[in-house]
Write a protein that binds this ligand. Structure first.
Ligand code: GLA
Length: 669
């Protein structure tokens, strides 16, 4: 039996003796609180998921001693270190292109002029640890010297420098079995006697979670390909974590890749949801942003004490999905004290409300439950319904304890429902509901609607009721009518929001909910370039959807002229798989046409599939198109179509090189 199996067995046996209903990894059963682990049980280099920072997501190859020093200092001064972050990890591109005369890896002398030992000493002097990157292949992914066949010497070099953590990558692996390559490095590390964490980065290709990852000596292993700073990317990775919870535990963590929080391409709500889901997954929390220049919203997400407590719970039971209703999901993670952390996750572009009985979370049946909202730090009591009013692309995260908190305010949620879009100049209806999931009533309850400029509500914007009884809800409907102007200049969406208040005991409680509502109008008549139209929504695998140019890897406008198999196109949309662009046609258009294919700018490895849908019906599908294949003409009738959806998939083989063009995309309306 390997170390991993032993560790899990010890954990399971200990929990079994402590709790009649056993809490095993991945199970949704929770029992009474277990005790803190003994020193013996928590031994190992990663008893809880490692926390730190890694250079790759934000800096790519732009690494240097200066960056690492300043980042380590910022980790301390920003409060990240106090929150639990400790590893400062240098990713690819730190090496010189040639080995030294003695065959040793050398740091690039321009980037790291004083060598690695001096840098490691500085990081250690701050009370932090340092990590480095190497590859179980002949060259790193960026083309620097690989460690395959040099494991002993390289491990010794790292140990002599004082390295505490090694991320060991998979590029250029010569087809040698992963187990062999990774165990060679693990043995080499062990031979040094240095306590170096081994992070296996073979992208989940050989299912390291199934046993070999830990057997060979890894403490964590990537489960997927690389994350990017997009909603599409991290939610895709999240989907791949389903079913893996049972393979994770102390010193054996599933790694869904590093964090993108704060890198700039997502909203604060999206970053919060990403961080919360990674916390529940027991993911290693490796910040991937620029710690030297962090805004307050980012800092607050990364240092949230409640979420970090969930992630670092000593029992190490990974959260798992317990409900999947399409856009609405519920994930739960049993905690060692008998509570459950739960994420109510909304993938839709409009608000929703998600509720689930406490028993479904694996909690015992009880007359009352204490709920803590982990982002808002508020507490309340429920008789058994666990509910959250969840904004678009957001997660409400709660921790729920059975039989606690009876004296707290009744659990409540303010729900605001609004359409995703309205025709400019048309009226629309918004519903607000105040739910009471407690036993005691809400007194003197009020709801107020905040109406965007350009709209009025006929019968007032405030409502009042004396009482909302326990277990009941109070609902109001509001009709917003446009005032004279058909369009708020420069604005394609409006924000509708509502606030609520009520009294419970001596306290007044308030709530707020909001949603963006897109304002659309029918396209002009004639032939229209799609790239000149407003997009109702745009999700993209890398960077933003580009107009009249190809998609570069990151920033807006960084792509070249669109080009498919050598033919250039001046107009169209440049996207990257997985991508979904939606256009509002309002039933006013006749045909859609485009020339589609993999853009030429990458290195010939892309392959994608294009799909056109009209109001959820498939109108056209290309099948798989490879890089270098001539453009395919898509030409479809779209009469009576309200929403046209342009989708690009990675054709099932990962999204490497999958920049794709909807070139010359046109509508006749
Ligand atoms: C691979 C890894 C990434 C990063 C890069 C560096 O793609 O999966 O996390 O380390 O290599 O080149």
């Amino acid at each position: 039996m390997g170390f991993r199996s032993r560790a899990l067995l010890v954990l399971a046996l200990t929990l079994a003796t402590l709790t009649p209903t056993t809490a095993t990894a991945g199970s949704s059963n929770v029992g009474p609180p277990a005790q803190e682990p003994s020193a013996a049980r928590s031994e190992g280099l990663a008893p809880t998921p490692p926390m730190g920072w890694n250079s790759w997501n934000n800096f790519g190859c732009d690494v240097s001693a200066k960056l690492i020093r300043r980042t380590a200092e910022a980790m301390v001064s920003s409060g990240m270190a106090a929150a639990g972050y400790e590893y400062v990890n240098i990713d690819d591109c730190w090496m010189a292109e040639q080995h030294g005369p003695d065959g040793r890896l050398l740091p690039d002398p321009d980037k790291f002029p004083n060598g690695m030992k001096t840098l490691a000493d500085h990081v250690h002097s701050l009370g932090l640890k340092i990590g480095i990157y190497a590859t179980a292949g002949t060259e790193t992914c960026a083309g620097y010297p690989g460690s395959l066949g040099h494991e002993r010497l390289d491990a010794r070099t790292f140990a002599e420098w004082g390295v505490d953590y090694l991320k060991y990558d998979n590029c250029n692996n010569q087809g040698i079995p992963a187990e062999k390559r990774y165990s060679a490095m693990a043995e080499a590390i062990e031979a040094t006697g240095a306590p170096i964490v081994l992070s296996i980065c073979e992208w989940g290709q050989n299912s390291p979670w199934k046993g070999w990852g830990h057997e060979v000596g890894g403490q964590l292993w990537r489960t997927t390909g690389d994350i990017r700073d997009t909603w599409t990317s991290w939610t895709g990775i999240l989907d791949e974590q389903v079913g893996l919870a049972k393979y994770s535990g102390p010193n054996s963590w599933n790694d869904p890749d590093m964090l993108e929080v704060g890198n700039g391409n997502m909203s604060t709500d999206e970053y919060r949801a990403h961080f919360a889901m990674w916390a529940l997954l027991n993911a290693p929390l490796m910040a991937g942003n620029d710690l030297r220049d962090m805004d307050e919203a980012t800092r607050r997400i990364l240092t949230d004490e409640d979420l970090i407590t969930v992630n670092q719970d000593w029992a190490g039971i990974q959260g798992h999905r317990i409900r999947d209703d399409g856009d609405q999901e519920v994930w739960a993670k049993p905690m060692s004290d008998g509570s459950v952390a739960v994420a109510l996750f909304n993938r839709a572009r409009t608000n929703t409300t998600i509720s689930i009985p406490a028993e479904r979370l694996g909690l015992p049946s009880a007359s009352h439950y204490r709920l803590r909202n982990l982002w808002h730090d508020t507490e309340s009591t429920s008789t058994g319904t666990i509910r959250g009013a969840v904004g678009a692309h957001s997660a409400v995260v709660l921790r729920v304890w059975p039989r606690q908190g009876e004296q707290l305010a009744p659990a409540h949620a303010l729900e605001l429902r609004a359409p995703e879009y309205v025709e400019a100049g048309e009226s629309f209806t918004v519903t607000t509901t105040l739910h009471n999931d407690g036993r005691r009533p809400l007194h003197e309850a009020r709801m107020r609607l905040h109406v965007p400029d350009g709209y009025i509500v006929g019968n007032g914007t405030a409502a009042h009721t004396r009482l909302v009884r326990g277990g009941q809800s109070w609902q109001q409907e509001w009709t917003l009518r446009p005032t004279g102007a058909r369009r708020t200049p420069g604005s394609q969406s409006v924000e509708v929001s509502a606030t609520s208040s009520f009294r419970a005991g001596d306290d007044t409680h308030t709530g707020r909910a909001e949603q963006e509502v897109a304002r659309v109008s029918a396209p002009a008549t004639g032939h229209i370039e799609v790239s000149s139209m407003p997009l109702l929504s745009a999700e993209n695998g890398m960077g933003p959807v580009e107009r009249d140019r190809a998609n570069g890897y990151g920033e807006s406008g960084d792509g070249a002229t669109m080009s498919i198999a050598g033919t250039e196109y001046a107009t169209g949309l440049g996207v990257h798989a997985e991508s979904v662009v939606r256009l509002h046609l309002g039933g006013e258009c006749e045909r859609f046409s485009a020339r589609v294919g993999v853009d030429d700018q990458y290195d010939g490895e892309g392959s994608v599939g294009f799909t056109v849908r009209g109001d959820d019906r498939i109108l056209s599908e290309t099948g798989t198109l490879e890089s270098g294949q001539p453009a395919v003409l898509v030409d479809v009738p779209v009469p009576d179509t309200t929403i046209l959806e342009l989708r690009v998939s990675d054709s099932g083989d990962g999204d490497y090189g999958d920049a794709a063009d909807w070139a010359k995309s046109r509508l006749s309306c």
